[in-house]
Design a protein around this ligand. Structure first.
Ligand code: PLP
Length: 389
């Protein structure tokens, strides 16, 4: 692809000296699992997010699983989440033995619709997992109010949203909310808003390692202690196992890479926002496209447009022919995947958007010239199609 949807090379080239040195230091130290690098990363991330505890684990999926376990959620429990996310969100709920309950999304934010959460609450409901999809914070004021009213826990799936912050305006949600609640959380980074936050450091994420990695963050001492135990076979001290846990330790090589990259994350997220803003301006007059809303704290893990004339797949192929990459996140809603399909009725807005969404090239090192080229190709496609039609 002439313009790939994501290219991780330029970032490594920029940081090569720093990263190679950090990796060499870890190799020399021969401390490969957890160890001082992980401890330092945990305190640096806790500090960055303004939160008390950060616990490094093996992946974002494990962060969700361990967070659920640390909240004592399991068989017989229900957890409410969005139907529009990567499968790991629902999978983690099922893997701890609980039942995912899928709520539809709001079309302007692609995020869980808080107005329909209450209808799905039963005596079995224990928690809500909002996903800050594509880097856009979910409607946290209303979600927290509902959680408080019904005594539910909130686990934020922050896999796509490292460095995103809640600006007090919930894109897509036009409800009057509790202003005290709103003020309490306005300006906070996601992950520190609910009871627990789960991050992924998969290489393609905004803060990406060079392998798998994840992190659990929380202000609760109890959740933190349980999470630390669960990541090492349920033990506080070696060979004194108290719980059925996991082997889900973050390794030092990933931690040292992440420590280098953490210094640049705000700058990179800013560049992503600039790219998104440029696309938004260039595509604003395209009658067949709805561009994403830009809240102040959106970090654009993905830049995702909606193609409303039914020609999304044709546009994708047309771009590919021009050497321009694009992706569909996600072609099938979580609840309609083969693993769940028989058990759930589809949610209508999620179904509609799964057929309309297209994610365009975005990464901090993508030049604005290339952004212009992609946008022009998209605008030309409409001319091209109208002619054929
Ligand atoms: C990537 C991702 C995960 C899973 O993270 P891994 O590190 O790949 O396990 C979970 N939820 C969402 C929304 C994701 O995008």
């Amino acid at each position: 692809m002439k313009i790939p949807v994501l290219d991780l090379k330029p970032q490594y080239q920029q940081l090569k000296a720093e990263i190679d040195q950090a990796i060499a230091n870890v190799l020399e130290s021969t401390q490969f699992v957890l160890g001082p690098e992980v401890k330092l990363l945990e305190s640096e991330i806790a500090n960055y997010l303004g939160i008390k505890h950060a616990i490094g684990v093996n992946s974002g999926t494990d962060a969700l699983i361990i967070a659920l376990r640390a909240l004592n959620i399991g068989a017989g429990d229900e957890v409410i989440t969005t139907s529009f996310s990567f499968y790991a969100t629902a999978e983690s709920i099922s893997l701890v033995g609980a039942k995912p309950i899928f709520v539809d999304i709001q079309k302007d934010s692609f995020n869980i619709d808080p107005n329909t959460i209450k209808d799905k609450i039963t005596s079995k409901t224990k928690a809500i997992i909002p996903v800050h999809l594509y880097g856009q914070p979910a409607a946290m004021t209303q979600i927290l109010s509902i959680a408080k009213e019904y005594g539910l826990k909130v686990i934020e799936d922050c896999a796509q949203a490292f460095g995103a912050s809640y600006d007090g305006n919930c894109v897509g949600c036009y409800q009057n909310c509790d202003d005290n609640q709103r003020q309490n959380i306005t300006g906070k980074y996601v992950g520190g808003i609910g009871d627990v936050g789960a991050f992924s450091f998969y290489p393609t994420k905004n803060l990406g390692a060079y392998g798998d990695g994840g992190m659990i963050v929380t202000n609760s001492d109890d959740i933190a202690e349980l999470s630390r135990m669960l990541r090492v076979h349920g033990a506080k001290t070696n060979y004194n196992n108290e719980l059925l846990g996991y082997n889900s330790r973050l390794d030092s090589l990933q931690a040292c890479v992440l420590r280098v990259k953490l210094k640049y994350i705000n700058q990179w997220n800013q560049l992503r926002r600039k790219i998104a803003q440029t696309y938004n301006e260039l595509l604003a007059n395209n009658p067949n496209i709805i561009t994403p809303k830009m809240s102040k704290g959106h970090v654009f893990h993905q830049y995702t447009i909606r193609i409303t004339n039914g020609k999304r797949d044709q546009l994708k192929d047309y771009l590919a022919d021009l050497g321009i990459g694009s992706m569909i996140y996600y072609p099938i809603p979580q609840d309609q995947l083969p693993v769940y399909k028989k058990q759930y009725q589809p949610n209508s807005i999620t179904m509609k958007l799964a057929e309309e969404v297209l994610s365009l090239p975005i990464f901090p090192e993508l030049s604005l010239d290339k952004v212009v080229e992609v946008a022009q190709a998209i605008n030309n496609f409409n001319i091209h199609v109208n002619k054929v039609d």
